[in-house]
Design a protein around this ligand. Structure first.
Ligand SMILES: Nc1nc2c(c(=O)[nH]1)N[C@H]1C(S)=C(S)[C@@H](COP(=O)(O)O)O[C@H]1N2
Ligand SMILES: [Mo]
Length: 323
């Protein structure tokens, strides 16, 4: 079913994939008709494929950007060839092999709506937004809740820059983000899940320097399978917090009800901070598989970013911080 074969990994993956449960339920409800996904087609690769071959990405001239050496990690960067064949983007299918299907994502025009508790709601085109922020490259670790990890050179800008542009009211306590909703474009959105994909952060998390709005990867504009043209990455949290293809950013005083909380409230929560000691109800989080290698490594608290983010959670010890 997948291109990437990793020693000792296939079994682990079968055990851990959260979609497995839902996929089975869905296949059951649909009498098995949903099983058409996972057809293996030649991949276009992640970079340079954002547009038809004859049409350059309008943001191509921004890349590559200078790497900010403050953000580095102890592992090797995951090869792009591996990464481009292994994605979670459920709007385009329930397997990891969605890169071909994701080519159906239309990424221009792309407008972001800023709304809710702000001085003045507004809309901004993605290319106009790029001109207002400073983009740089950061190498971040990514830890999926399914117990695999990768290391990616993202390009983008701190979420804080966007918060500042939005001018939230002091009464705003959370940032809610939403992915596009277009069942014609994204086949899975015709299914029964609570689309669109929604995520959220507290204001303190959103203003934290590590919270990154990603617009590129591997020195190129973001590929569609990666969540073009703009997605979040919060490297200290499980990967499902890092919402792709964002169209709406709303400031609110109510904690956002996220996609995965709605879908599987027993297993996925709002905070989703990485913690090797807090198991998922169906598997341990102590060890992770490094994508593209046979390596297993111990998972680190806050995915190795604890020195920078642990303070965000002082006084919140009663919350379910690690699911
Ligand atoms: N809109 C949307 N965002 C999403 C997802 C998704 O299915 N839809 N999957 C999440 C999960 S579980 C992970 S691990 C990462 C995967 O990012 P990648 O495919 O770029 O590696 O995206 C996250 N953001
Ligand atoms: Mo994930």
């Amino acid at each position: 079913m997948h291109f990437i074969r990793r020693k000792g990994w296939e079994i682990a993956e079968r055990e851990v994939s959260p979609e497995q449960v839902f996929f089975n339920r869905r296949a059951f409800l649909n009498g098995g008709a949903a099983l058409g996904f996972g057809t293996i087609l030649p991949s276009l690769g992640k970079s340079g494929s954002a547009f038809a071959a004859n049409e350059p990405d309008p943001s191509a001239s921004f890349y590559p950007v200078k790497r900010n050496e403050l953000y580095k990690v102890d592992g090797d960067v995951t090869p792009e060839s591996v990464n481009s064949q292994y994605n979670n983007f459920y709007e385009f299918g329930l397997s990891k092999n969605i890169s071909q299907a994701a080519e159906g994502l239309k990424i221009r025009p792309w407008v972001l709506k800023i709304e809710g508790m702000v001085e003045k709601p507004f809309e901004i085109g993605f290319d106009d937004l790029l001109k207002k922020v400073q983009i740089e490259e950061r190498v971040y670790r990514h830890r999926c809740v399914e117990a695999w990890s990768m290391v990616v050179p993202w390009s983008g800008f701190p979420l804080k820059s966007l918060v500042d542009l939005a001018r939230p009211l002091s009464s705003a306590k959370y940032v809610q983000m939403e992915t596009f909703m277009d069942p014609k474009m994204a086949p899975e959105q015709r299914g029964f899940w609570p689309w669109p994909y929604v995520e959220g952060l507290t204001m303190a998390e959103a203003n934290h320097d590590l919270a990154f709005m990603v617009t590129g990867a591997y020195g190129n504009p973001l590929a569609k399978s990666f969540g073009a043209p703009i997605r979040l990455h919060t490297p200290w949290k499980y990967g499902f917090k890092s919402i792709k293809s964002i169209v709406k950013i709303a400031f609110t005083d109510k904690r956002p009800q996220t996609f995965w909380e709605t879908t599987g409230p027993r297993e996925y929560g709002f905070w989703a901070n990485v913690n090797p000691k807090v198991s998922h109800p169906r598997w341990s989080q102590a060890v992770e598989q490094v994508l593209g290698t046979g390596d297993r490594r111990p998972t680190q608290i806050y995915n190795g970013y604890g020195d920078y983010v642990a303070d965000l959670y002082k006084g919140l010890e009663k919350e379910n911080l690690f699911m």
